[in-house]
Design a protein around this ligand. Sequence first.
Ligand code: HEM
Length: 213
Amino acid sequence: MERVAKLSGSLGFWVVVVTSVLVALASYRFVPLGVEVAMNFVAHNLNGNSLALYAHIAVAPIALLLMPFQFMSGLRTRRPSNHRWMGRAYVAAVVISGIAGFQLAFHTTTGTFATIGFALLSVIWVWTTLGALYFALTRQFARHRDWILRSAALTFAAVTLRVYLGTSMALGAEFMVAYPIISWACWVPNALLVEAYIVLRNQRQPGRAEAVS
Ligand code: HEM
C-alpha cells in the first residue's frame, strides 16, 4: 500500500514538473507572435496598462519554471547554493508578477467576480511566498517547507487555469461564464488540497511543525 502511495506521489510530482515547464514556455509565445495574436483577451491592457501586462506575462512564467525544481531533494542537497539562488529568483518573480497580476485583475473584461478571484489570488500568492522566505531566513525550515508548498499550489494555478479553460471551451461553455468561475476554481482547490496534505503530514509526524530543520 505504501509502495502504491509512493509511486502515485512521484507520478503526480512529474505531472506537475512537465505541465509547469510546458505552460511556462508556452506563455512566451507572445515574444514571436505579439500579445494581440498570442493572447488576444488581455490585449486591451496594452492601452495604458502595458507595464503591468508585460511585468506579469514576462515574469510569472519564471516563477512557474523554477517552482518544481525547488522541490527536487537531489538538486537541493547536492547544490544548496543553487537552491538558495533559485529561491531568491522565485520570490522576486512572484512579488513582481503578483503585484502586476493584482493590477491586471482590476482591468479584466470578465467582471467583478473574476476581479475578486484574481486579486485575492495575487495577495495570498505574494503573502505565502514572503512567508516562506521569512521562515527560510529565520532558519525555521519545517515552516519554510509548509509555506513554500502553499505558495507552489498557487503558482500551479497558472496550469490548472489553462486546463479548466481548455476543457470548458472544448465542452462548449461560454467564455464569459466559464472564466469568472475559473478565476476561483484555478486556485481554491489547489490551496485546500495542499492545506489538507500539510495538516495530515504534521499529524502523522508530531513535532515536525515545530522543528527548526
Ligand atoms: C498565481 C497568481 C496569478 C495571478 C493572480 C494572475 C493573474 C492574472 C490576470 C488577472 C490575468 C489577466 C486576465 C484577464 O485580463 O482577464 C493574467 C493573465 C496571464 N497570466 Fe497570470 N496570474 C497568476 C499567475 C500566473 C503564472 C504563474 C503565470 C505563468 C505562466 C501566468 C501567466 C499569465 C499569462 C501568460 C497571462 C496572459 C493570458 C493567458 O495566456 O492566459 N500567470 N494573470
